[in-house]
Design a binder for this molecule. Structure first.
Ligand code: BTN
Length: 257
């Protein structure tokens, strides 16, 4: 079924949420992140949200493709014009992970954990992914686009991700209407972005470490491998190598071994 943008907008007119005004909806688009980045260049305001039922070029981190069956999932991007330096945008991904966790926790009975830096896992399978992209003018941050793919109603996945993906429906959630779900996810994102602007990673560190899917697990991040030892106050992943030395990893693709 198509996303009911008018239902979402009507609620927004009454309740005036911090994010989601305006809401731009398209049945099919290339990538909502691209739509948001393009709109950012033409001056679209903080809080604009771009949502689609289907993407033909959905992107994940590091050039991965984001697969999502049409009409069953939440695919959206939020345009933020936050008071942040460019260097603070990569750890913003972690704050968004917490926001997604906040929004979906009341809907399911299992715990959601964050697989650093941008995956939300439940039962070891991926429920959602976050792609944060920045737009600069010179070295000044003009806009940040937060793209989220959240698996909502899909019960079947393409073969290449079937073993690693899950959805709210698979996890037994019964409230699967995407309009109220987007609304509550955006409220959670607004709150977590405010926290992050106020107190940085340090203010979220306790919760991030409690929600860390990699703690105590053997992982490989690009060339480095070791045991996950939590995050530091810059949002870096701590890896303890076999000789007990702890390394802080700034970015990379994590593989659970
Ligand atoms: C990842 O897991 O690597 C991040 C996936 C992010 C996917 C979302 S879907 C909506 C938005 N538009 C995109 O092209 N990507 C993000």
């Amino acid at each position: 079924m198509a996303f009911d943008a008018e239902q979402f907008r009507a609620r927004g007119r009454e309740q005036k949420p911090k994010l989601g005004r305006p809401l731009m909806y398209q049945a099919v688009t290339g990538s909502t992140n691209d739509d948001a980045l393009l709109a950012a260049r033409s001056g679209a305001p903080h809080g604009s949200v771009f949502v689609a039922d289907e993407q033909t070029a959905g992107r994940g981190r590091r050039g991965h493709t984001w697969h999502a069956a049409p009409g069953e999932n939440l695919l959206f991007s939020v345009l933020l014009r936050p008071e942040l330096e460019l260097a603070q945008t990569s750890a913003l991904t972690l704050a968004i992970g917490l926001a997604l966790r906040d929004a979906i926790t009341p809907l399911i009975s299992s715990e959601a954990l964050i697989k650093w830096p941008n995956d939300l896992l439940v039962g070891g399978k991926k429920l959602a992914g976050v792609l944060v992209e920045s737009q600069l003018q010179g070295d000044r941050l003009q806009a940040v686009v937060v793209g989220v793919g959240l698996n909502v109603a899909s019960r079947e996945f393409p073969e290449e991700i079937a073993a690693r993906a899950t959805s709210l429906a698979v996890l037994g959630a019964t409230r699967l209407e995407r309009e109220p779900l987007l609304y509550s996810v955006l409220e959670a994102i607004a709150a977590r972005v405010e926290d992050y602007q106020r107190s940085g990673v340090a203010g979220l560190l306790g919760e991030l470490n409690a929600a860390d899917a990699l703690r105590g697990r053997r992982v490989r991040v690009d060339e480095q491998s070791g045991i996950g030892a939590g995050l530091d106050d810059q949002g870096r992943l701590l890896l303890q190598d076999d000789s007990g030395v702890v390394h802080a990893v700034l970015s990379g693709t994590v593989e659970l071994l």
